[in-house]
Design a protein around this ligand. Structure first.
Ligand code: SAM
Length: 252
């Protein structure tokens, strides 16, 4: 475990710490983890249980199916994680949750420039509401579907942040020019062979004319976004509508 308190650090509270680093231990994120660009602490919520069965959950008040993660056990786990010597001060406290604020690229950028979050992974039917309020947990969702636990959601969030940390991606431009960064989806990509099953690479991309390539990519990104993500496209259009038209050279 890296105990350097100055690097970007994700602290994950989970009932399944063995799931980590999992996919975060390979490729870009994995290399950056081993070389100390970022740190990961996966802490077992069960270590904060106090009874001899190490119980962390109980039946829902008011009845209903499933079990609920206890407020007292989770609060103790959060407090223990925050009092660790290497824990960053004033970090975001997140709870992965399908009812949370949707995770977006701008949210990821905000998290990546900070000290790194503490992330609670839920299980069962959910978490006692009182600990969410008492510890100021901000609920974050990775999509409108229900996973069986918060771990995979937390991994998605951490991966998206880590690739933006300085020194993780080979070329800065690969982070700047991709989907969502300019409010658009990314343009289509091609590489060799020149022709694949009768489909050639678009001529403009092999023309060597950088201005034409840039214009083609912009047009493709706009067309894709308009077609596939009207929710991203509409705000762009309405912003354009609000802008003052460029001043004509013939105006008074
Ligand atoms: N009963 C909860 C509800 O309807 O909102 C779902 C609980 S789910 C089975 C268990 C845990 O998985 C949640 O507490 C949360 O941590 C995680 N989870 C499930 N879907 C998620 C999503 N879309 N985004 C983030 N976390 C999710």
């Amino acid at each position: 475990m890296n105990s350097n308190p100055t690097i970007w650090r994700a602290t994950v509270l989970t009932l399944f710490p063995d799931m980590f680093p999992g996919p975060l231990g390979v490729s870009l994120a994995g290399k950056a983890l081993s070389s100390g660009v970022w740190a990961l602490d996966a802490r077992d919520i069960r270590d904060s249980a106090t009874d001899r069965h190490r119980s962390v959950d109980d039946t829902p008040a008011g009845g209903g199916p499933g079990m609920v993660l206890r407020a007292d056990v989770l609060a103790a786990a959060i407090d223990a994680a925050e009092s660790a010597a290497d824990a960053p001060k004033h970090r975001p406290r997140l709870l992965m949750s399908p009812r949370g604020r949707p995770l977006t690229q701008s949210g990821v950028i905000e998290l990546a420039v900070g000290p790194g979050p503490l992330i609670v992974c839920g299980r069962f039917e959910g978490i006692d509401q009182r600990v969410i309020e008492a510890r100021g947990l901000e609920e974050v969702s990775v999509g409108d579907y229900v996973l069986s636990g918060g771990e995979i959601a937390a991994m998605a969030l951490i991966d998206a942040c880590v690739r933006l940390l300085p020194g993780v991606m080979g070329k800065l431009a690969s982070g700047v020019e991709e989907s969502f960064s300019g409010g658009l989806l990314e343009y289509p990509q091609y590489t060799r062979p020149q022709t694949f099953e009768g489909r050639p690479i678009p001529e403009v991309l092999t023309s060597g004319d950088h201005a034409r390539v840039a214009a083609w990519r912009q047009a493709e990104a706009e067309a894709l976004t308009r077609q596939r993500r009207p929710d991203l496209w509409a705000p762009r259009e309405s912003r354009k509508g609000c802008r003052m038209p460029p001043k004509s050279t013939t105006d008074g």
